[in-house]
Design a protein around this ligand. Sequence first.
Ligand code: ADP
Ligand code: MG
Length: 642
Amino acid sequence: MPRWNPDGEVLMLLQIHEPGETPEPHALERSQAIGIDLGTTNSVVAMVSGDHPEVLRDGSGDGLVPSVVAYVYDEPIVGRAAQAELAQHPDLVISSVKRLMGRGAADVKTLAGALPYQIAPDPDGKAGGMVRLKVGDRVLSPVEISADILKALKQRAEISLGHKVEKAVITVPAYFDDAARTATKDAARVAGLEVLRLVNEPTAAALAYGLDSAAEGIYAVYDLGGGTFDISLLKLQKGVFQVLATGGDAQLGGDDFDHALASWAMRRTGITGLTSGEAKILLQAARAAKERLTTAPGAELKAKVAGHDVRQSIDRGTFEVLIEPLIGRTLRACRQVLEDAKLTPADVKGVVLVGGSTRVPLVRAFVADFFKQEPLADIDPDEVVAVGAALQAKALTQGSETLLLDVIPLSLGIETMGGIVEKVIERNTPIPVTKAQDFTTYQDGQTGMLIHIVQGERETVDACRSLGRFELKGIPGMVAGAARIRVTFAVDADGLLTVSAEERMTGVKAEIAVKPSYGLSDEQMADMLRDSLTYAREDMEKRLLLESRVEAERVLLALKAALAADGALLSSAEHAEIDRVAQKLKGLVAGDDRARIHAGMEELDRATHDFAQKRMDRAIQAALKGQRLDEVEAGMAPDNPN
Ligand code: ADP
Ligand code: MG
């Protein structure tokens, strides 16, 4: 029930520009942005230039930057160069820090031993519960270490593009919680990157294959990296992906293939014990042999450890026997996640392979057999996530016809009677989106309606942000509640909102366009969200009170109309009693006790019971006289100009 314009005559109100708004709202945002896959083992940076996404490589054509940082000198070293420091300074080289993102010191204690880190004590709680690592004489948080990796990626991009880069889309695992996502954003800020959006890794991979314009349905993303396995089910609907379910194993990946191969070599050579340094050397050799076996039928594992000169030839078949149980574990996780989502492999429309370990031919064969289809694997599996991130970065900076992965940051709604907000589109709804709600008139004979568009999470208009107002005029006067006004909110892929209102019986229509998030900084947005949580309870109380008031006022208005029409049916004593109870309710409406307003309404309902009965009898008698009932009812509403 949008507010009735009491002036009767309705003006078209279309001045909706915010002060300072540029006529071309996207001009400011036009600039280039990179896509980053910040991986546990390897990171990749990519960018779309022209129409083609491209992985940004180093001088030797290598696109992968190992997610390893060495704190040997004043300046941190990242990537292959950091790996090279491992032999000399094992304590100063940090890898797999992604596992600690957003973790508290308490979470990590339970992992202690499994982690090759030294956790820095935090006796006075200065780190606010965040884990910090002791690296030589430095104490570093996972955020700072990730920031060093991001800085290196930013620098790689700047060198290869020849200009500064300030914006990025960064991918995160679909299962990352709020703390881990916030930590990732913080790391980007420290690295001097503005995060346009965090995108889920499986979603990015699906985007890289252009699945957003494929058939609607369920897609699976099978991601086997160095140390983790993730299986995600995505649901594609109207060009937008939703993560339906995720599963996997945080301690299963290509590293385990290396272990299996290294143990096999130790058994064959009769080696029983290794120092941790020797183990690293043997594992490195195993990894090289494993990667060779992906393309060659056989390979040789060579390493000098523990006084042994290890030289073991291995064929692919033997390697496959070693890793089969590990692949079996990934398939069990796939079965589990499908079960959780109440789906079967036959429901899956397409499977995307992600992660370096999906290069292993047996992995591909098992995945194909499980899902009964050839998985998508044309794009390099350890670059596919960064490619998707780059496509998303382009869509967010330069617009796109097909990439529709944006969401609405704050709920959009309209003001209804009593200053209450009726949300039409909830926050986090992916765009583009169109939603409609029907409203009706509040008062008999109402010919215009003021539509006030607001943004925010709070329940009342004064606590939300006003985006614009417009009026629908020329509605034929009808009895209150008879008009059907459909208000439609449409947000396009650029976040541009158009609100239209149409009276359904007559087709009378009006609309305006608004740019909802314009002029809101991230901080303001965060404030509005925080407020909505802080005041949730208070708001709800206030909303209920306002609703009670509106309802009571509606009842009083209807009574006034009825008395004007049929007051003659009452004796003067009956009339006086009804007036008294109505007067009392009016007094209660001015107060703020919801329960008493309710009691007042019930009392009025009892007091007018006989009156309502008499009016009904009269209406029926009139109808029996041959009049149509709707004419009788129309006649009962004296304010109706018709
Ligand atoms: P993450 O997502 O954990 O950062 P990646 O997707 O980069 O990791 O995967 C790294 C893993 O992929 C390592 O275990 C590596 O040995 C493995 N890998 C890379 N190339 C190959 C290959 N050609 N054959 C087999 N495994 C490979
Ligand atoms: Mg990965």
